[in-house]
Ligand binder design. Structure first.
Ligand code: NAD
Ligand code: UDP
Length: 319
């Protein structure tokens, strides 16, 4: 199959490209590198079945494909708060462009939404039926609200035009190729622990996240794309192993054998207090569940960042 991956030079997108190529597909990655990194796909550029198109999906694109994975969007809080308008546009206009492209060529589409669609959730864990608790004008709203818009317009194409599309809500995902400078909790903690620097904890650290290793997530994306039963559905993908941020800091310090301490900072505005996916639907509809335990995934990620830290000049990775 000929498969388009928007955001293909990003953290998750590059792993997805690897997996699709390994399955024998022709893969076209479309990326404007607003938050992606060339290093993520450098190893693919000479692959005979891989093509990179540098393009902003806010602008129309005419390209035949059998499947479209629409991942393009800044994803880290630092990334989307630095590029709020671009984030609004890629999840609205960019998603509309991808839906039209899928319609034109009869392609199947998967839209990657986020657990942020639930905001600071009042229902725990979060099932897909929960409508969320989102501040529509807060600093995170460029991301939360544009992803919610992206979901809404995708559902309109499904209802109005019978488009073969599905939506996944991805919960916090980590692994090799996480951008060490984008401020997300796992790369930031690991980089600081490797350097023996304090790990900043926003607030008292009692807030929770449920972290999914990237290989599990990519397997879930591919299952959601290819299972007919996922057509027209919204499906959570994440690992329900919920931890406090303080526990996560301690585990990373321990796994890195680091002398680092934690350092409490002011809480972030609108920072969700708890987050954990209910993955009953993914289990039943896709036969999917994560299999990589947190400590094992963190070990692989630490090994990646250890190599990165060895290669990169400090100034380039400072956050
Ligand atoms: P990332 O920032 O590493 O990758 C996103 C990619 O999209 C980047 O390569 C970026 O350059 C590209 N991009 C952004 N705007 C674009 C545009 N207008 N045109 C073309 N390319 C554009 O982030 P990621 O973690 O790999 O996230 C991928 C997707 O998964 C995003 O849609 C994100 O919202 C979603 N998601 C990720 C997580 C997570 O924990 N990583 C959680 C929930 C949802
Ligand atoms: N966090 C933290 N220190 C950091 C980075 C993040 O305490 O250096 C906390 C952040 O306040 C949030 C959680 O870790 O509660 C996850 O943050 P991240 O930016 O990775 O993603 P989010 O889930 O908020 O989108």
């Amino acid at each position: 199959m000929r498969i388009l991956v928007t955001g293909g030079a990003g953290f998750i997108g590059s792993h997805l490209c690897d997996a699709l190529l390994a399955d024998g597909h022709d893969v076209i990655a479309v990326d404007n590198f607003i938050t992606g990194r060339r290093a993520n796909i450098a190893h693919l550029l000479s692959h005979p079945h891989f093509q990179l198109i540098e393009h902003d999906v806010i602008e129309p694109l005419d390209l035949q494909a059998d499947q479209i994975y629409h991942l393009a969007s800044p994803a880290s809080p630092d990334g989307y708060m630095r590029h709020p308008i671009e984030t609004h546009l890629v999840n609205s206009v960019g998603t509309l462009n991808m839906l039209r492209l899928a319609q034109r060529y009869g392609a199947r589409l998967l839209y990657t939404s986020t657990s942020e669609a639930y905001g600071d959730p009042l229902v725990h864990p979060q099932p897909e039926t929960y409508w969320g608790n989102v501040n529509p004008v807060g600093p995170r709203s460029c991301y939360d609200e544009s992803k919610r818009f992206g979901e809404s317009i995708t559902m309109e194409f499904i209802r109005r035009f019978d488009l073969d599309a599905r939506i996944v809500r991805i919960f916090n995902t980590y692994g090799p190729r996480n951008d060490p400078g984008d401020g997300r909790v796992v790369p930031n903690f690991i980089m600081r622990a490797l350097r023996g620097e304090p790990l900043p904890i926003f607030g008292d650290g009692s807030q929770t996240r449920s972290l999914c290793y990237v290989s599990d997530l990519v397997r879930g994306l591919i299952a959601a794309m290819n299972r007919d039963a996922a057509r027209g559905e919204v499906i959570n993908l994440g690992n329900p192993d919920e931890r406090t941020i303080l526990d996560l800091a301690r585990i990373i310090i321990d796994l890195c054998n680091s002398p680092s301490q934690v350092e409490h900072r002011d809480p972030r505005p609108d920072d969700p207090e708890r987050r954990c996916p209910d993955i009953t639907k993914a289990r039943t509809l896709l036969g999917w569940e994560p299999v990589v335990p947190l400590e094992e995934g963190l070990r692989d990620t630490i090994a990646y960042f250890t190599r990165y830290e060895d290669r990169a000049p400090r100034a380039l990775v400072d956050h």
